[in-house]
Ligand binder design. Sequence first.
Ligand SMILES: NC(=O)c1ccc[n+]([C@@H]2O[C@H](COP(=O)([O-])OP(=O)(O)OC[C@H]3O[C@@H](n4cnc5c(N)ncnc54)[C@H](O)[C@@H]3O)[C@@H](O)[C@H]2O)c1
Length: 295
Amino acid sequence: MPRPKVFATHSLFDAARQILQESCEVEYWAKPGRPPREEVLRRVKDKEGLICLLTEKVNEELLSVAPKLLIAANVAVGFDNIDVAACTKRGVAATNTPGVLDETTADFAWTLMMAVARRLSEGEALARSGNWKNWDLDQLVGTDVWGKTLGIVGFGRIGRAVARRASGFQMKVIYTDAVRAPEEVEKELKAEFLDMNTLLGESDFISVHVPLLRETRGLFDAAKFARMKPTAFLINTSRGPVVNEAALVAALEAKMHRGGKCGGAFRGETSAEHFESRSSEGHVTSTRANLSCSN
Ligand SMILES: NC(=O)c1ccc[n+]([C@@H]2O[C@H](COP(=O)([O-])OP(=O)(O)OC[C@H]3O[C@@H](n4cnc5c(N)ncnc54)[C@H](O)[C@@H]3O)[C@@H](O)[C@H]2O)c1
């Protein structure tokens, strides 16, 4: 019996390759960077299986050129790149990898939180610049994480893993979600359920863990930024488009003009480019050191 043909848009890790080679004939994208769209569409044409990353859109366009496709296996927790309805219509199974990065992403959200609060990037940049001369009492004074209020938006697997870490910092944990967590979870994590607006007004740190859906695209807009404390930090390790970047930049700039300090952690290349261009205009230069990007 011929082995099913699969296109993997990444070379994957050895363990996965070994499993696949036992039963499939796999063609890997082995060049650096992501494959161009035309390349994905060309290679998937005669395949029964597609192993893709969140950078590949599995939509009507792709499905229509791959009549033999039986499965689109997404190597990602979020599946906002997959048109599930279109897959269902064509009888193509769509799978993802929930749970594999709960603790990793929670660690990383905490990494960003600590970094922006303690101005780690600025300190490192100063040390590397060669301009650091001496210690001083008020040099790069950051802010404490300890004892503050952590607001979690999206209290699923990752949001709860973030909350679990907060007890060591004696933080107050509040959360909002489309669905309230069971009482025993709230008790265990000492987390209080609040509506979004109350959470925005009370949080010192806001960590975002909702999936990217139609309802959550641009969730953090001008109105949300206006409700946050002027000293609040926003950490987004969900998906970039959950935050409206233009509104974010406007909020940061407005704050700068009032003489405030800004901090934030953003995800994705767009943010980096956005802030690069803005900083060259001298608007948010002093905030850039507080920015962190994840992939
Ligand atoms: N940065 C990374 O490397 C990385 C890694 C893994 C996952 N993620 C992202 O994190 C997201 C969350 O992952 P998870 O495993 O915790 O998912 P999950 O499904 O366990 O939790 C998501 C939570 O968001 C809530 N939610 C959904 N829509 C909402 C809305 N409109 N308003 C408020 N709450 C809403 C859900 O009820 C759920 O509790 C993923 O969808 C993915 O985009 C990022």
